[in-house]
Design a protein around this ligand. Structure first.
Ligand code: FE2
Length: 254
């Protein structure tokens, strides 16, 4: 694969590993300029998760993360990269790479791919158009799966629920489980994100909550759908009693 593409380069990440049967995870990272500090070169580097759902030889990437050469070789050995699903309105920077280089079909939450964090981006700030804008009625490229979204948030945030032996929910920015910073954080992110209230078990991302302003009642309604596992866009997988744990947290946030 040609490394000289106009797409963001791979950023540090951990190896691909199977977290549940036929569902793989890569803990990747992203570096962004500290959004709440106007001056100075402060960069936050922190982790973000990609999940890969394997169906025979076909792969669907959720919350895509571009990988380094060894990582792409491992991913390609797992199967054919057929689809990308973008759940978080603030993610998606690596989706154009997967469509261009692997021919993946890109499904996205109904939120523009925009530079920066404007809620009303100018046309020139929109850098990509997905192949499919998701609604709860959309056919999905994953069997026995349901798509839903947090409509009260701006931008919306999507969720996938996979019906397997257990019900598995995969989130974008909303439902998180980030008990502590991991080795993909830089010092700035460890300090500033702790001050901002990150690093809680089974919680709603505070940065996303403050910006996207979801209705807590809608989150409670979603948590009542009873999912055993949560595979979050940020943080660590919750493999047991996930919906009950989130309901307890959300009751305190009302
Ligand atoms: Fe995020």
């Amino acid at each position: 694969m040609n490394a000289q593409t106009p797409y963001p380069l791979a950023q540090p990440h951990d190896p691909l590993h199977e977290v549940l049967p036929n569902i793989y995870r890569v803990r990747g990272s992203v570096s962004v300029r500290a959004p709440f500090i106007k001056y100075g070169p402060l960069t936050l580097s922190f982790s973000r998760n990609m999940y890969v759902v394997k169906d025979h030889d076909d792969l669907t990437l959720i919350n895509s993360v571009r990988l380094n050469e060894a990582g792409m070789a491992r991913l390609s050995a797992l199967g054919k990269i057929k689809n990308v699903i973008r759940l978080a309105g603030f993610h998606g920077m690596d989706d154009p790479f997967y469509r261009s280089q692997y021919g993946a079909t890109v499904y996205s939450v109904d939120a523009p791919y925009t530079k920066g964090m404007s809620k009303a981006p100018k046309p020139g700030d929109i850098y990509f158009q997905p192949d499919v804008v998701l609604t709860p009625d959309s056919p999905l490229p994953i069997k026995n799966a349901l798509y839903t979204e947090i409509r009260s948030a701006t931008p919306k945030d999507g969720l996938l629920i996979l019906h397997r032996d257990k019900n598995i929910m995969i989130s974008g920015d909303s439902f998180q489980h980030w008990p502590k910073p991991d080795p993909l954080f830089n010092v700035t992110a460890k300090i500033l994100m702790r001050l901002a209230g990150f690093f809680k078990e089974t919680s709603i991302g505070p940065g996303w909550r403050n910006y996207a302003k979801p209705d807590i009642q809608e989150l409670i309604h979603i948590a009542n759908t009873e999912f055993d596992c949560l595979l979050p866009g940020h943080g660590e997988p919750v493999l047991k009693d996930a919906s009950q744990r989130f309901l307890q947290r959300l009751q305190k946030m009302r």
